[in-house]
Design a protein around this ligand. Structure first.
Ligand code: SF4
Ligand code: SF4
Length: 376
């Protein structure tokens, strides 16, 4: 991928063969496009969610106006905003091997996001999640305004970070403690059927307290980097735990690294990247900011475990190239993997009729205008 001069290749080979280590910079020649690609994907996914929100609002308005407005199909993608329903349906499916009837797309999307974490760490958070995108723009705005972010001291950071795991534990407990039959019965109640409408109404009818909470969260997100994601998001916490199984991680090649520390400074999750050989942390989101700023050839990359160099012939060209050949995930490969998982699973769900909730218009007409009256 990157050219290496004859002299530097000899120096690198010497390092690998156990001779005097020399920390000289072998500069990457290829420009890094990871952040431009990532921001484009984030923008597209944000636009997709905005489109879904408008469609869903029009769908709800049709029933609220008793058919006086234009009818649009219910966008099943809105179920991505029902993560608890997604986990409930996923458990129901895993236990019974039957697809849920209500909000099946919540299950499909939960599976997509968890599989993403299983393969590419928490890439969902930094590449797709609209909340993560807004959060990132907010702290970047804060940096522009105040030239810094508020640093939470370590003694406070750790307990605050555990909040999201506590929330996750609570939701998992609820899902795990319910039997498959109970989960199915719950989803078939009016409360379960219009859970999406109730969520919309929650945001449409925010009271004074709701507005104050939302405004506080946004303000905290401006002054503290990734406030919501770092301390409060239970879905991110779950994906972080799943991501520990990912074979693809940020990996540092100590021999190529010149120990400049730029990666650690750039890390959105405050990880000591320049001290580690691989990033196992539950907090790493595969944002690749660290890779983008690294000046050294093959020193830091999103990759599978490197090859072991066992013979001298392995090091005849560039040892780094040999070591990392076919192991590194370029940004376009991340996009391809995300697209395959996302569109692949949704395509299968659509083709097999397990994407959209099948409820007649008449039933929705009875329930949607009264969504707020249904309690569980
Ligand atoms: S280690 Fe790198 S990829 Fe992981 S969160 Fe930090 S900057 Fe992003
Ligand atoms: S950015 Fe990090 S990995 Fe790259 S050379 Fe500097 S310290 Fe090493």
């Amino acid at each position: 991928m990157q050219a290496t001069t004859k002299a530097s290749a000899t120096a690198l080979s010497a390092e690998y063969l156990g001779k005097t280590p020399r920390k000289r910079l072998v500069r990457r020649l290829q420009l890094d496009h990871s952040q431009a690609v990532r921001h484009s994907v984030q923008g597209l996914f944000l636009a997709l969610n905005a489109w879904i929100a408008v469609e869903f609002l029009l769908w709800v308005r049709f029933f609220e106006s008793h058919g006086r407005t234009t009818f649009v199909e219910r966008p099943a993608g809105v179920d991505g905003w029902l993560p608890i329903a997604g986990l409930m349906n996923l458990k129901y499916f895993l236990v019974t091997h039957r697809a849920p009837e209500i909000h099946p797309s919540a299950m499909v999307l939960a599976a997509v996001f968890l599989l993403t974490s299983l393969f590419i760490k928490k890439a969902f958070c930094s590449w797709l999640c609209p909340v993560g995108t807004i959060s990132e723009y907010l702290w970047k705005l804060g940096r522009k305004l105040f030239h810094t972010s508020l640093t939470i001291p370590r003694w406070l950071d750790l307990p605050l970070r555990s909040l999201k795991y506590l929330l996750m534990g609570f939701f998992l407990f609820v899902v795990i403690s319910m039997s498959a039959a109970a989960l199915n019965s719950f989803m078939l109640t009016p409360f379960g059927i219009v859970a999406d409408v109730k969520m919309l109404n929650f945001f449409r009818n925010l009271g004074l307290i709701g507005v104050a909470v939302l405004a506080s969260l946004m303000l905290l997100s401006v002054i503290i980097q990734n406030f919501w994601c770092r301390f409060l998001c239970p879905y991110g916490a779950l994906m972080g735990i799943v991501s520990t199984l990912s074979p693809i991680r940020i990996r540092r090649d100590a021999a190529a690294c010149i120990e400049c520390g730029k990666c650690t400074k750039a890390c959105q999750s405050h990880l000591p990247v320049d001290q580690l050989i691989q990033i196992r942390s539950l907090e790493c989101t595969s944002c690749m900011e660290c890779v983008a700023v690294c000046p050294a050839d093959h020193a830091l990359q999103l990759a599978f475990a490197p090859r072991e160099l066992s013979t001298a012939s392995d090091t005849t060209t560039s040892p780094y190239t040999t070591r990392w050949r076919s192991r590194v995930l370029q940004p376009r490969a991340v996009v391809l993997a995300l697209a395959l998982l996302f569109f692949g699973l949704i395509g299968v769900a659509r083709a097999t009729g397990h994407w959209q909730t099948i409820i007649s218009r008449d039933v929705y007409q009875q329930m949607v205008p009264h969504a707020d009256e249904y309690e569980h």
